[in-house]
Design a protein around this ligand. Sequence first.
Ligand code: HEM
Length: 475
Amino acid sequence: MDNQCPHAGAATKIHSATSITSRRLSNKHLPGPPGHRIMGSYPEFAKDRNKFLREAIRRYGDVCRIQLPLRDLIVLGNPEDVHRVMDDTSGDYSKFGNYHPAMAKRQNGLSFIEGEIFRERRRIVSPLVTRDGLKSTFQANVDAYLDTLDANIGEATDADGVTDLQEAIFQTLLRGVLKQTYTESFTAKEMRELHEGMATFTKLLGSTLKIADPPNLVRPWGPYKIRPWTVLSAAKIVKDRVVERQNSPALGTYGDVLDGMVLGYKKLKTPMTFWDLCFDVATMTSASYGTTAGAITQTVVRTLLDAEATDRVVEECGTIDLSQPSVDSVRSLRWVRACFEESIRMQGFPLLLRFTAVGGNLQGLDIAPNTMLGAPISAIHRDLRWWTDPDTFDPNRFYDNSKRVDQPRLLHFLAWGAGPHRCTGAQLGYLIAPYLVGLILSRYRVEIPPNWTFREETGLAPTIKGGFRVRLTRR
Ligand code: HEM
């Protein structure tokens, strides 16, 4: 899978806020649900974001205005428009609205910047988890999974023998992510703080981006804790590791992601602050954790709900040595990969946001400058115009060419995003996710309680609401 930005060489122009080309200064002319006086459509949107967005596109068309408190959201239902916006490198559309001159001059985290300073940093980070870095990061994850999966399952099992498999998957992924990023080990307390801190940060960021509900700060306990102060503890742990590494005489010999980032960032033409470095290290840690653990859990669950798909996973995994996998042997697991791709197509990732600088025209409709645009990933992934029988889990659509949709599939499959900010870790994700799914389903028989129903917690890292409580026996 090509992970490079297709426009890597294109020149960037960051517009000033005054270079307006759209004829409109507001989006009030755009079609969309009428909404309530102050809250707009927020109550209906927050109740079920994906259902609401799907219905809004169906009723009002592919450029649809959703009125929300403070700021409207313009949703794009056509993948061609989504690509036009997300593949843009001209500065007309950006991830966090840095069209503003003040924002454009500022340094910031990798995910918050555009233009040449972004591309320079991305050229350092990408190879750490692709090309040369792919084999070693994959191996670090495999070592951690083989060392800790059984113990994590034991930890997540209660006195009645019921295991929260989602919790065990998150804990196993955490070990992998930490091992690929930091060679040094972590105490149990540090790991707990990192786990909670990253989960809380993902939830807070998700709610800021309107992707998830605000965290429940009134009742911040239970197995899936949201405790804002843990973000600070996790940030401190990352910061201390960065300082230690910067001062280490052995810098350059660790062979982990942190080494590559500390060394690589020293060579940047555009100087960056110490805090930007810490922020990027934290982004690489948390971006590879929650989304992947959530996606793996969902793949395990959706596959298990289809007995034939599960049998094929187990059978296919029998063709390779799971205790000593290589990049090529995992890539040969085409059915497991298809189950993973089909699951990330179906999962409820509601929106990727971009902002217009100078406005634009999509589907013949003028869009005002400084507009928040949303690519409704889940709605596009379940749109009957692009997918046949979209609510059915059918890995064959990613396995068998004859069962693919007529139009170019890549355009409609947006699970990794698109354009310059497309997921940096997609190649790694395509290895660690099928591997861990295969390892779990080949090692364990899973008994799902008969009355269990699939309830999804949508967000930046869609998970199973309340966990996945099952009985496991060794095969
Ligand atoms: C199934 C697993 C994963 C999924 C579904 C996923 C999905 C995504 C998506 C949709 C974006 C684009 C966000 C946007 O455009 O606004 C993204 C960005 C990102 N992902 Fe992933 N991701 C996964 C795993 C990983 C892994 C394993 C890494 C490891 C390094 C990673 C690192 C990143 C980073 C650093 C970004 C920010 C890129 C940027 O802003 O330039 N992700 N991911």
